[in-house]
Ligand binder design. Structure first.
Ligand code: NDP
Ligand code: 2IT
Length: 465
């Protein structure tokens, strides 16, 4: 005989009075509350739909209203960032920090400086970061921030004045045990330096409040390499499940920034051949392969001269430059989207597969749109979603925090070994979790459930806060 409470629970578990499941109800309320945030809704929908097997198996998540709680940021900060350009004109940008979830550690996640930045984009990135950081095995909550400031065409002095103004407000809200920002699009070593200098000056403390610092003042070896290396380590793990490896694989890579550069380096080291890079103006296709010497040219072009990828085609023979195009119609076996969100459409995904692509490992955050993901899953290719495949960057940030708190520096070999081990663990966790929930080979289900369960259980342990 069932008790009244059990009967009520069972009714609530499947369909509510309005005929909707708990996940559908939670999703509908997120849609209603955030009507002008397409990127955020896209990220939430993907996670909520894919964790259904865990929500159905464990009643506690519904009883504790975890979906309603986990989709609402703990805190969002928006602030004015005034600065003067080199001509003495006053400029105003908008600064943000979305402190999404601190159940398993201090808020952690990058800062993005790009003219497209808005609350929807930072909420999607912060939401993804919560699950990604959970997967790393380290103690980090999720957050993201940035500004609609456009670093393109700005002098070093302008970037410095902007960073100082941005940090003048942000410093009130962050700290080594509270919230630890890092880089993302448009924020690299130069910006982290200016931000750190201003934090230290205002707070009179030298702490690990930012990661991605330079080596001579608290940075970690391998942090610049970590996201790209990690995405390729993750690809190698996925290939190993089919008795295959990166050796001899033709690889397309999009973007030409931090993640793309070290993705190419690791592809080369593991015996693959990277044949493309891109930026927001176009794509270069180098069928001979982007070897170490050519990559050194790209690094100087992008990190120092801050030029356009089209220059690569002028510099090297046999290279095609495709204006306003992405790399997805270049034949490849492995694709590494490493530029930005929604850069691979359903049509692009079909083209990739038609041309022989068997693996997609996402260096960027949410680079594949929902239709593209459907195409990968229908065709059963190896698909490593960003929150698993690109977690190496933030994982190495966690290792930087660990070194800072001990006033220690680890060697390149030590950090790389830890990074490699973390990527193997993330892969195994995502793979085994998918299997446990009856979706073998589906890393979307595996990564989302594994990332979710750790955070959700911590939220339950800590009471209704
Ligand atoms: P960078 O700023 O170093 O490089 C970004 C690259 O992507 C540039 O080549 C840029 O071209 C291109 N790009 C950016 N926006 C667009 C756009 N709207 N359309 C076309 N191309 C674009 O950034 P990262 O390499 O650090 O970041 C790349 C991706 O990886 C992002 O999705 C980021 O969130 C993600 N990521 C980064 C991590 C890190 O540690 N840095 C960690 C995990 C994920 P252009 O110069 O023309 O703008
Ligand atoms: O998207 C990401 O994981 C990052 N931009 C890196 C975040 C971090 O804190 O290192």
């Amino acid at each position: 005989m069932t008790t009244a409470t059990e009967a009520l629970q069972s009714a609530r578990a499947s369909k509510g009075a309005n005929g909707m499941s708990y996940i559908e109800q939670a999703l509908q309320s997120v849609v209603q509350r955030n009507p002008n945030e397409p990127e955020f809704l896209q990220a939430v929908k993907e996670v909520l739909e894919s964790i259904a097997p865990a929500i159905e198996r464990h009643r506690k998540y519904q009883d504790q209203r975890i979906l309603e709680r986990i989709t609402e940021p703990e805190r969002m900060l928006m602030f004015r960032v005034p600065w003067t350009d080199d001509q003495g004109n006053i400029r105003v940008n908008r600064g943000f920090r979305v402190e999404f979830n601190s159940a398993i550690g201090p808020y952690k996640g990058g800062l993005r400086f790009h003219p497209s930045v808005n609350l929807s984009i930072l909420k999607f990135l912060g939401f993804e970061q919560v699950f990604k950081n959970s997967l790393t095995t380290l103690s980090m909550g999720g957050g993201k921030g940035g500004s609609d400031f456009d670093p393109k065409g700005k002098s070093d002095a302008e970037v410095m004045r902007f960073c100082q103004s941005f940090m003048t407000e942000l410093q009130r809200h962050i700290g080594a045990a509270t919230d630890v920002p890092a880089g993302d699009i448009g924020v690299g070593g130069r910006e982290i330096g200016f931000l750190f200098g201003q934090y230290k000056r205002l707070r009179n403390e030298f702490t690990g409040v930012l990661t991605g610092k330079a080596l001579n003042w608290g940075g970690s070896l391998i942090r610049p390499e970590a996201t790209g290396y990690g995405a390729v380590y993750f690809a190698e793990e996925m290939l190993a499940t089919r008795g295959d490896s990166m050796k001899g694989k033709i690889c397309t890579v999009s973007g030409s920034g931090n993640v793309a550069q070290y993705t190419v380096e690791k592809i080369n080291q593991l015996g693959g051949k990277a044949v493309s890079l891109s930026d927001s103006n176009g794509t270069i296709y180098d069928p001979n392969g982007i070897d170490a010497e050519k990559l050194a040219f790209v690094m100087e072009l992008k990190n120092i001269r801050r030029g356009r990828i089209s220059e690569y085609a002028k510099q090297f023979k046999g290279v095609e430059y495709r204006e306003n195009a992405n790399p997805w119609n270049i034949p490849c076996q492995c694709a590494f989207p490493s530029a930005t969100q929604n850069e691979v459409s359903g049509a692009d995904a079909r083209t990739l597969i038609k041309n022989g692509c068997i693996l997609v490992s996402e260096g960027a955050n949410m680079p594949s749109d929902p239709q593209a993901i459907d195409v990968y899953l229908e065709n059963k290719i190896l698909y490593g979603p960003g929150k698993a495949a690109n977690a190496g960057g933030v994982a190495c940030s966690g290792l930087e925090m660990a070194q800072n708190s001990q006033f220690m520096y680890w060697t390149r070999e030590e950090v790389d070994a830890k990074l490699h081990n973390i990527m193997r663990t993330i892969h195994a966790n995502a793979f085994n979790t998918a299997k446990e929930y009856g979706c073998e080979g589906n890393y979307v289900v595996g990564a989302n459930i594994a990332g979710f369960v750790k955070v959700a259980d911590a939220m339950i342990d800590q009471g209704l806060v």
